[in-house]
Unconditional design. Structure first.
Length: 483
Protein backbone atom coordinates (compact mmCIF):
# COMPACT_ATOMS: atom_id res chain seq x y z
CA UNK A 1 0.00 0.00 0.00
CA UNK A 2 1.53 3.30 -1.11
CA UNK A 3 2.01 6.02 1.47
CA UNK A 4 0.04 9.22 1.23
CA UNK A 5 1.83 12.23 -0.32
CA UNK A 6 3.08 14.85 2.15
CA UNK A 7 0.93 17.95 2.64
CA UNK A 8 1.56 20.88 0.35
CA UNK A 9 2.83 23.04 3.22
CA UNK A 10 5.49 20.50 4.22
CA UNK A 11 6.56 20.03 0.62
CA UNK A 12 6.91 23.79 0.16
CA UNK A 13 8.89 24.12 3.40
CA UNK A 14 11.19 21.30 2.38
CA UNK A 15 11.77 22.82 -1.06
CA UNK A 16 12.47 26.23 0.45
CA UNK A 17 14.98 24.81 2.92
CA UNK A 18 16.67 22.87 0.15
CA UNK A 19 16.86 26.02 -1.98
CA UNK A 20 18.49 28.07 0.77
CA UNK A 21 20.89 25.24 1.62
CA UNK A 22 22.00 24.97 -2.01
CA UNK A 23 22.24 28.75 -2.20
CA UNK A 24 24.69 28.72 0.70
CA UNK A 25 26.61 25.50 0.07
CA UNK A 26 26.12 24.69 -3.63
CA UNK A 27 28.71 24.89 -6.40
CA UNK A 28 28.70 25.59 -10.13
CA UNK A 29 25.35 27.22 -11.03
CA UNK A 30 24.61 28.00 -7.38
CA UNK A 31 27.88 29.92 -7.16
CA UNK A 32 26.79 31.94 -10.20
CA UNK A 33 23.44 32.63 -8.52
CA UNK A 34 25.21 33.94 -5.41
CA UNK A 35 27.24 36.33 -7.58
CA UNK A 36 24.06 37.51 -9.32
CA UNK A 37 22.29 38.07 -5.99
CA UNK A 38 25.24 40.11 -4.70
CA UNK A 39 25.20 42.23 -7.85
CA UNK A 40 21.45 42.80 -7.48
CA UNK A 41 21.85 43.72 -3.80
CA UNK A 42 24.52 46.33 -4.59
CA UNK A 43 22.35 47.89 -7.30
CA UNK A 44 19.28 47.94 -5.06
CA UNK A 45 21.27 49.76 -2.38
CA UNK A 46 22.48 52.30 -4.95
CA UNK A 47 18.99 52.79 -6.38
CA UNK A 48 17.56 53.33 -2.92
CA UNK A 49 20.16 56.04 -2.37
CA UNK A 50 19.34 57.57 -5.72
CA UNK A 51 15.64 57.62 -4.87
CA UNK A 52 16.27 59.70 -1.75
CA UNK A 53 17.94 62.58 -3.63
CA UNK A 54 16.68 65.28 -5.97
CA UNK A 55 19.19 65.45 -8.83
CA UNK A 56 19.39 68.49 -11.11
CA UNK A 57 19.60 67.56 -14.81
CA UNK A 58 22.76 68.32 -16.68
CA UNK A 59 22.37 71.76 -18.28
CA UNK A 60 23.65 70.87 -21.80
CA UNK A 61 20.98 68.12 -21.98
CA UNK A 62 18.10 70.32 -20.82
CA UNK A 63 17.21 71.76 -24.29
CA UNK A 64 17.16 68.24 -25.73
CA UNK A 65 14.94 66.91 -22.91
CA UNK A 66 12.46 69.74 -23.48
CA UNK A 67 11.86 68.49 -27.01
CA UNK A 68 10.80 65.02 -25.79
CA UNK A 69 7.41 64.01 -24.46
CA UNK A 70 7.11 64.33 -20.70
CA UNK A 71 7.01 60.57 -19.84
CA UNK A 72 9.91 59.75 -22.15
CA UNK A 73 11.87 62.72 -20.89
CA UNK A 74 11.43 61.54 -17.27
CA UNK A 75 12.66 58.02 -18.11
CA UNK A 76 15.62 59.33 -20.07
CA UNK A 77 16.47 61.77 -17.30
CA UNK A 78 16.37 58.99 -14.66
CA UNK A 79 18.63 56.76 -16.72
CA UNK A 80 21.13 59.55 -17.35
CA UNK A 81 21.09 60.54 -13.67
CA UNK A 82 22.43 57.12 -12.67
CA UNK A 83 25.80 58.14 -14.09
CA UNK A 84 25.92 61.43 -12.21
CA UNK A 85 28.39 61.63 -9.37
CA UNK A 86 25.50 62.22 -6.98
CA UNK A 87 24.17 58.76 -7.90
CA UNK A 88 27.47 56.92 -8.32
CA UNK A 89 28.54 57.79 -4.80
CA UNK A 90 25.77 55.50 -3.50
CA UNK A 91 27.62 52.51 -5.04
CA UNK A 92 30.69 53.21 -2.90
CA UNK A 93 29.40 51.94 0.50
CA UNK A 94 28.29 48.49 -0.72
CA UNK A 95 31.34 48.08 -2.97
CA UNK A 96 33.76 49.12 -0.23
CA UNK A 97 31.95 46.85 2.21
CA UNK A 98 32.18 43.89 -0.17
CA UNK A 99 35.86 44.49 -0.89
CA UNK A 100 36.73 44.82 2.80
CA UNK A 101 34.70 41.71 3.64
CA UNK A 102 36.49 39.69 0.96
CA UNK A 103 39.93 40.93 2.04
CA UNK A 104 39.31 40.28 5.72
CA UNK A 105 37.87 36.83 4.97
CA UNK A 106 40.84 36.03 2.70
CA UNK A 107 43.27 37.02 5.44
CA UNK A 108 41.36 34.87 7.94
CA UNK A 109 41.51 31.88 5.58
CA UNK A 110 45.24 32.43 5.08
CA UNK A 111 45.88 32.44 8.84
CA UNK A 112 43.55 29.51 9.48
CA UNK A 113 45.08 27.17 6.90
CA UNK A 114 48.62 28.63 6.96
CA UNK A 115 48.57 29.57 3.29
CA UNK A 116 51.67 31.16 1.72
CA UNK A 117 50.05 34.49 0.80
CA UNK A 118 46.82 36.50 0.74
CA UNK A 119 46.24 35.79 -2.94
CA UNK A 120 45.86 32.07 -2.23
CA UNK A 121 43.22 32.78 0.42
CA UNK A 122 41.45 35.18 -1.95
CA UNK A 123 41.43 32.58 -4.70
CA UNK A 124 39.94 29.94 -2.42
CA UNK A 125 37.30 32.34 -1.09
CA UNK A 126 36.15 33.58 -4.51
CA UNK A 127 36.09 30.04 -5.90
CA UNK A 128 33.98 28.87 -2.96
CA UNK A 129 31.59 31.82 -2.99
CA UNK A 130 31.22 32.72 -6.65
CA UNK A 131 32.81 29.86 -8.62
CA UNK A 132 35.54 32.09 -10.07
CA UNK A 133 38.79 30.48 -11.25
CA UNK A 134 38.35 26.99 -9.82
CA UNK A 135 41.81 25.58 -8.94
CA UNK A 136 42.87 22.21 -10.34
CA UNK A 137 45.56 19.60 -9.70
CA UNK A 138 46.86 16.63 -11.67
CA UNK A 139 47.24 13.23 -10.01
CA UNK A 140 49.73 10.79 -11.51
CA UNK A 141 52.33 8.22 -10.44
CA UNK A 142 50.88 7.96 -6.95
CA UNK A 143 51.07 11.71 -6.21
CA UNK A 144 49.76 15.10 -7.31
CA UNK A 145 51.30 17.79 -9.45
CA UNK A 146 50.73 21.54 -9.11
CA UNK A 147 52.46 23.95 -11.46
CA UNK A 148 51.27 27.16 -9.80
CA UNK A 149 53.81 28.82 -7.53
CA UNK A 150 53.66 32.05 -5.57
CA UNK A 151 55.85 34.72 -7.12
CA UNK A 152 58.74 35.62 -4.80
CA UNK A 153 59.17 39.18 -3.70
CA UNK A 154 62.37 41.17 -3.88
CA UNK A 155 65.09 39.29 -2.01
CA UNK A 156 62.76 36.42 -1.14
CA UNK A 157 62.93 32.77 -2.05
CA UNK A 158 60.23 31.02 -4.02
CA UNK A 159 57.32 30.17 -1.75
CA UNK A 160 55.27 27.03 -1.54
CA UNK A 161 52.51 26.15 -3.96
CA UNK A 162 49.58 28.54 -4.06
CA UNK A 163 46.97 25.99 -5.06
CA UNK A 164 44.52 25.66 -2.12
CA UNK A 165 43.36 22.11 -2.94
CA UNK A 166 46.27 20.22 -1.27
CA UNK A 167 45.87 22.11 2.03
CA UNK A 168 42.17 22.99 2.18
CA UNK A 169 40.40 20.92 -0.43
CA UNK A 170 37.67 21.85 -2.87
CA UNK A 171 36.01 23.33 -4.67
CA UNK A 172 38.09 22.57 -7.72
CA UNK A 173 38.91 20.06 -10.40
CA UNK A 174 41.10 16.96 -10.10
CA UNK A 175 42.53 15.26 -13.19
CA UNK A 176 43.53 11.66 -12.43
CA UNK A 177 45.85 9.89 -14.87
CA UNK A 178 45.27 6.21 -15.77
CA UNK A 179 46.79 3.84 -13.24
CA UNK A 180 45.92 5.99 -10.22
CA UNK A 181 43.08 6.16 -7.73
CA UNK A 182 42.29 8.90 -5.20
CA UNK A 183 40.34 8.84 -1.95
CA UNK A 184 38.61 12.07 -0.87
CA UNK A 185 37.25 13.03 2.54
CA UNK A 186 34.72 15.55 3.71
CA UNK A 187 34.23 16.44 7.36
CA UNK A 188 36.49 13.57 8.42
CA UNK A 189 34.60 10.86 6.50
CA UNK A 190 35.28 9.27 3.10
CA UNK A 191 33.27 11.08 0.46
CA UNK A 192 34.26 9.31 -2.75
CA UNK A 193 36.87 7.16 -4.46
CA UNK A 194 37.70 8.31 -7.98
CA UNK A 195 39.59 6.57 -10.76
CA UNK A 196 41.03 7.91 -14.00
CA UNK A 197 39.34 11.01 -15.45
CA UNK A 198 38.48 14.60 -14.55
CA UNK A 199 36.44 15.02 -11.38
CA UNK A 200 34.98 17.97 -9.49
CA UNK A 201 35.37 18.06 -5.73
CA UNK A 202 33.04 20.10 -3.58
CA UNK A 203 33.71 22.52 -0.78
CA UNK A 204 35.96 21.11 1.99
CA UNK A 205 36.33 17.85 0.06
CA UNK A 206 40.01 17.14 0.65
CA UNK A 207 42.44 14.73 -0.95
CA UNK A 208 43.14 11.97 1.59
CA UNK A 209 45.19 9.37 -0.31
CA UNK A 210 46.60 8.72 -3.78
CA UNK A 211 47.49 5.16 -4.80
CA UNK A 212 49.41 3.88 -7.79
CA UNK A 213 47.49 0.96 -9.34
CA UNK A 214 50.43 -0.31 -11.36
CA UNK A 215 52.30 -3.44 -10.29
CA UNK A 216 54.75 -2.42 -7.56
CA UNK A 217 58.22 -3.88 -7.06
CA UNK A 218 60.24 -3.65 -3.88
CA UNK A 219 63.42 -5.43 -2.77
CA UNK A 220 65.40 -5.91 0.41
CA UNK A 221 69.12 -6.61 0.17
CA UNK A 222 69.25 -8.84 3.23
CA UNK A 223 66.83 -10.31 5.76
CA UNK A 224 68.45 -11.50 8.98
CA UNK A 225 66.84 -14.24 11.07
CA UNK A 226 67.73 -16.82 13.72
CA UNK A 227 66.67 -20.46 13.61
CA UNK A 228 65.06 -22.31 16.50
CA UNK A 229 68.44 -23.70 17.58
CA UNK A 230 70.13 -20.28 17.49
CA UNK A 231 71.86 -20.37 14.09
CA UNK A 232 71.94 -16.94 12.34
CA UNK A 233 70.68 -17.04 8.75
CA UNK A 234 70.68 -14.23 6.17
CA UNK A 235 68.35 -14.34 3.16
CA UNK A 236 69.86 -12.29 0.35
CA UNK A 237 68.07 -10.24 -2.33
CA UNK A 238 64.42 -10.63 -1.32
CA UNK A 239 62.16 -9.28 -4.09
CA UNK A 240 58.39 -8.74 -3.94
CA UNK A 241 55.84 -7.75 -6.58
CA UNK A 242 52.36 -6.65 -5.49
CA UNK A 243 49.51 -4.26 -6.30
CA UNK A 244 46.33 -2.82 -4.86
CA UNK A 245 43.86 -5.63 -4.28
CA UNK A 246 41.35 -6.00 -7.10
CA UNK A 247 38.62 -7.82 -5.16
CA UNK A 248 37.72 -11.15 -3.60
CA UNK A 249 38.72 -12.78 -6.88
CA UNK A 250 41.70 -11.62 -8.88
CA UNK A 251 40.43 -9.46 -11.74
CA UNK A 252 42.53 -9.41 -14.86
CA UNK A 253 43.10 -6.25 -16.87
CA UNK A 254 40.74 -5.58 -19.75
CA UNK A 255 40.60 -2.90 -22.46
CA UNK A 256 37.69 -1.20 -20.69
CA UNK A 257 39.25 -1.70 -17.23
CA UNK A 258 42.98 -1.28 -17.56
CA UNK A 259 43.68 -0.93 -13.84
CA UNK A 260 40.99 -2.64 -11.74
CA UNK A 261 40.83 -1.94 -8.01
CA UNK A 262 38.68 -2.65 -4.99
CA UNK A 263 37.18 0.32 -3.13
CA UNK A 264 37.41 -1.62 0.13
CA UNK A 265 41.13 -2.20 -0.49
CA UNK A 266 41.70 1.52 -1.09
CA UNK A 267 40.02 2.34 2.23
CA UNK A 268 42.04 -0.34 4.04
CA UNK A 269 45.30 1.08 2.71
CA UNK A 270 44.34 4.68 3.50
CA UNK A 271 43.11 4.03 7.04
CA UNK A 272 45.35 1.10 7.98
CA UNK A 273 48.57 3.05 8.34
CA UNK A 274 50.73 3.15 11.44
CA UNK A 275 52.40 6.30 12.74
CA UNK A 276 56.02 6.14 13.82
CA UNK A 277 58.78 8.58 14.62
CA UNK A 278 59.15 9.41 10.92
CA UNK A 279 55.44 9.92 10.37
CA UNK A 280 52.73 7.72 8.81
CA UNK A 281 53.85 4.53 7.13
CA UNK A 282 53.87 4.07 3.35
CA UNK A 283 51.70 1.25 2.01
CA UNK A 284 54.34 0.08 -0.46
CA UNK A 285 56.85 -0.34 2.39
CA UNK A 286 54.25 -2.30 4.36
CA UNK A 287 54.23 -5.08 1.75
CA UNK A 288 57.98 -5.74 1.81
CA UNK A 289 58.03 -5.41 5.62
CA UNK A 290 55.28 -8.02 5.94
CA UNK A 291 57.13 -10.41 3.63
CA UNK A 292 60.39 -10.04 5.55
CA UNK A 293 58.51 -10.52 8.83
CA UNK A 294 56.95 -13.74 7.52
CA UNK A 295 60.39 -14.97 6.41
CA UNK A 296 61.85 -14.33 9.87
CA UNK A 297 58.87 -15.97 11.58
CA UNK A 298 59.13 -19.09 9.41
CA UNK A 299 62.88 -19.47 9.94
CA UNK A 300 62.53 -19.00 13.71
CA UNK A 301 60.13 -21.97 13.91
CA UNK A 302 62.61 -24.42 12.35
CA UNK A 303 65.98 -25.77 13.36
CA UNK A 304 68.84 -25.29 10.96
CA UNK A 305 68.72 -28.94 9.86
CA UNK A 306 64.96 -28.75 9.18
CA UNK A 307 65.47 -25.55 7.21
CA UNK A 308 68.18 -26.77 4.84
CA UNK A 309 67.19 -30.44 4.49
CA UNK A 310 64.92 -31.39 1.62
CA UNK A 311 63.02 -33.91 3.73
CA UNK A 312 62.02 -31.00 5.95
CA UNK A 313 59.95 -29.58 3.12
CA UNK A 314 56.29 -28.74 3.59
CA UNK A 315 54.29 -31.89 4.10
CA UNK A 316 56.88 -33.49 6.43
CA UNK A 317 56.90 -33.54 10.20
CA UNK A 318 58.92 -30.34 10.46
CA UNK A 319 57.12 -27.69 12.50
CA UNK A 320 55.82 -24.70 10.64
CA UNK A 321 55.52 -26.59 7.38
CA UNK A 322 53.06 -25.29 4.87
CA UNK A 323 50.99 -27.09 2.29
CA UNK A 324 51.73 -30.67 1.31
CA UNK A 325 54.54 -31.21 -1.16
CA UNK A 326 53.76 -33.12 -4.37
CA UNK A 327 55.21 -36.66 -4.30
CA UNK A 328 58.75 -36.87 -5.64
CA UNK A 329 59.23 -33.09 -5.47
CA UNK A 330 61.17 -32.12 -2.34
CA UNK A 331 61.59 -28.37 -1.91
CA UNK A 332 64.75 -26.45 -1.24
CA UNK A 333 64.73 -23.87 1.62
CA UNK A 334 63.71 -20.99 -0.64
CA UNK A 335 60.77 -22.89 -2.08
CA UNK A 336 59.66 -23.83 1.42
CA UNK A 337 59.64 -20.16 2.47
CA UNK A 338 57.78 -19.15 -0.70
CA UNK A 339 55.21 -21.89 -0.05
CA UNK A 340 54.69 -20.38 3.40
CA UNK A 341 53.96 -16.99 1.78
CA UNK A 342 51.45 -18.51 -0.66
CA UNK A 343 49.20 -20.26 1.85
CA UNK A 344 45.71 -19.17 2.93
CA UNK A 345 46.85 -17.45 6.13
CA UNK A 346 49.27 -15.27 4.18
CA UNK A 347 46.56 -14.44 1.63
CA UNK A 348 44.21 -13.26 4.39
CA UNK A 349 46.99 -11.19 5.98
CA UNK A 350 47.72 -9.30 2.76
CA UNK A 351 44.01 -8.95 1.96
CA UNK A 352 43.50 -7.21 5.31
CA UNK A 353 46.18 -4.75 4.22
CA UNK A 354 44.42 -4.15 0.88
CA UNK A 355 47.33 -5.71 -1.03
CA UNK A 356 47.44 -8.49 -3.59
CA UNK A 357 50.76 -10.38 -3.60
CA UNK A 358 51.83 -11.30 -7.15
CA UNK A 359 55.14 -13.10 -6.64
CA UNK A 360 58.08 -13.41 -4.26
CA UNK A 361 61.70 -14.12 -5.16
CA UNK A 362 64.37 -15.09 -2.63
CA UNK A 363 68.11 -15.16 -3.16
CA UNK A 364 70.56 -17.54 -1.53
CA UNK A 365 70.62 -18.34 2.20
CA UNK A 366 73.81 -17.35 3.95
CA UNK A 367 75.29 -18.34 7.32
CA UNK A 368 78.63 -17.43 8.98
CA UNK A 369 81.61 -19.58 8.01
CA UNK A 370 82.32 -20.77 11.54
CA UNK A 371 78.69 -21.86 11.91
CA UNK A 372 78.97 -23.95 8.74
CA UNK A 373 82.11 -25.66 10.06
CA UNK A 374 80.41 -26.37 13.38
CA UNK A 375 77.39 -27.82 11.61
CA UNK A 376 79.63 -30.05 9.48
CA UNK A 377 81.35 -31.34 12.62
CA UNK A 378 77.97 -31.94 14.26
CA UNK A 379 76.68 -33.77 11.18
CA UNK A 380 79.88 -35.85 11.08
CA UNK A 381 79.43 -36.80 14.74
CA UNK A 382 75.81 -37.75 14.08
CA UNK A 383 76.79 -39.88 11.10
CA UNK A 384 79.58 -41.59 13.05
CA UNK A 385 77.21 -42.27 15.92
CA UNK A 386 74.63 -43.75 13.59
CA UNK A 387 77.33 -45.91 11.94
CA UNK A 388 78.55 -47.18 15.32
CA UNK A 389 74.99 -47.91 16.34
CA UNK A 390 74.42 -49.92 13.18
CA UNK A 391 77.67 -51.82 13.75
CA UNK A 392 76.72 -52.57 17.36
CA UNK A 393 73.32 -53.79 16.26
CA UNK A 394 75.02 -56.02 13.67
CA UNK A 395 77.43 -57.47 16.23
CA UNK A 396 74.61 -58.14 18.65
CA UNK A 397 72.55 -59.85 16.01
CA UNK A 398 75.58 -61.85 14.88
CA UNK A 399 76.04 -63.15 18.42
CA UNK A 400 72.38 -64.06 18.65
CA UNK A 401 72.56 -65.83 15.30
CA UNK A 402 75.64 -67.81 16.37
CA UNK A 403 73.95 -68.84 19.60
CA UNK A 404 70.97 -69.94 17.62
CA UNK A 405 73.23 -71.91 15.23
CA UNK A 406 74.93 -73.64 18.17
CA UNK A 407 71.57 -74.50 19.68
CA UNK A 408 70.42 -75.84 16.33
CA UNK A 409 73.61 -77.93 16.12
CA UNK A 410 72.94 -79.43 19.55
CA UNK A 411 69.41 -80.21 18.49
CA UNK A 412 70.71 -81.85 15.32
CA UNK A 413 73.26 -83.79 17.43
CA UNK A 414 70.53 -85.25 19.60
CA UNK A 415 68.29 -85.94 16.62
CA UNK A 416 71.13 -87.85 14.88
CA UNK A 417 71.68 -90.00 17.96
CA UNK A 418 68.02 -90.82 18.36
CA UNK A 419 67.21 -91.05 14.65
CA UNK A 420 67.87 -94.83 14.22
CA UNK A 421 66.94 -95.93 17.69
CA UNK A 422 63.98 -98.35 17.78
CA UNK A 423 60.65 -96.89 18.89
CA UNK A 424 59.48 -100.05 20.64
CA UNK A 425 60.24 -100.26 24.35
CA UNK A 426 61.01 -103.96 24.02
CA UNK A 427 63.74 -103.46 21.41
CA UNK A 428 66.91 -102.39 23.23
CA UNK A 429 69.80 -101.29 20.97
CA UNK A 430 73.25 -102.56 21.63
CA UNK A 431 75.95 -100.40 23.18
CA UNK A 432 78.04 -100.56 20.01
CA UNK A 433 75.15 -99.18 17.93
CA UNK A 434 74.64 -96.28 20.33
CA UNK A 435 78.38 -95.46 20.32
CA UNK A 436 78.45 -95.45 16.50
CA UNK A 437 75.46 -93.08 16.36
CA UNK A 438 77.05 -90.87 19.02
CA UNK A 439 80.35 -90.73 17.16
CA UNK A 440 78.77 -89.75 13.85
CA UNK A 441 76.66 -87.03 15.48
CA UNK A 442 79.66 -85.72 17.41
CA UNK A 443 81.82 -85.60 14.26
CA UNK A 444 79.13 -83.66 12.37
CA UNK A 445 78.67 -81.23 15.25
CA UNK A 446 82.42 -80.57 15.58
CA UNK A 447 82.69 -79.75 11.88
CA UNK A 448 79.78 -77.30 12.14
CA UNK A 449 81.33 -75.61 15.20
CA UNK A 450 84.67 -75.19 13.41
CA UNK A 451 82.92 -73.73 10.40
CA UNK A 452 81.02 -71.19 12.54
CA UNK A 453 84.17 -70.24 14.48
CA UNK A 454 86.19 -69.64 11.30
CA UNK A 455 83.40 -67.53 9.76
CA UNK A 456 82.63 -65.46 12.88
CA UNK A 457 85.30 -62.87 12.14
CA UNK A 458 84.30 -62.23 8.54
CA UNK A 459 80.63 -61.32 8.79
CA UNK A 460 79.63 -58.09 7.13
CA UNK A 461 76.30 -56.29 6.97
CA UNK A 462 75.22 -58.24 3.89
CA UNK A 463 76.13 -61.56 5.50
CA UNK A 464 74.32 -60.58 8.67
CA UNK A 465 71.22 -59.70 6.68
CA UNK A 466 71.39 -63.09 4.96
CA UNK A 467 71.89 -64.82 8.31
CA UNK A 468 68.94 -62.91 9.72
CA UNK A 469 66.78 -64.05 6.82
CA UNK A 470 67.88 -67.68 7.34
CA UNK A 471 67.12 -67.41 11.04
CA UNK A 472 63.57 -66.34 10.30
CA UNK A 473 63.08 -69.53 8.25
CA UNK A 474 63.70 -71.97 11.12
CA UNK A 475 61.27 -74.91 11.38
CA UNK A 476 58.25 -74.16 13.56
CA UNK A 477 58.63 -77.51 15.41
CA UNK A 478 62.25 -76.97 16.40
CA UNK A 479 63.06 -76.53 20.05
CA UNK A 480 66.28 -75.19 21.52
CA UNK A 481 67.64 -77.46 24.17
CA UNK A 482 70.12 -76.09 26.67
CA UNK A 483 73.03 -78.28 27.61
Amino acid sequence: MSSAPPPASKSFTRSALKFFYQLIDGDHEWADRRAILLFIAVNIFALMGRATEQITPWEPLQPYLNTLPAPLASVFHFFISLFYFQSLRHFLPPLVGCVLAVLLASNYVRDLFELPDLQTGYRYLTASMFGWDYPSINIKEGGYEVTEKAKPGLGQQEKAETNPIPKIGGPGFVSIAPGNVALFERMGKPSKIAGAGKHFIGRFEALREVLDLRDQFRSREQVKAVTKDGVPVTVRNTQVSFRVRTGSRRRERKPDETYPFSSAAVRRIAYGKTVGARGPSVWTDGAINTVTGSVRSYISRLTFDELVSRDGAPGSSAPGAGAATPPGKPLDPREKIKAELNNDASYVKFADMGIELLWVSLGHLETPRDVIEQRIEAWEADWQGEEKMRQAEGEAYKMRAMEYARAAARLEFIERITANLPNSPDAVPSAEFILVQFGEALSSTIKLEEKLSSASLGFGIDELSLLKMIGKQRPPTAKVIDG
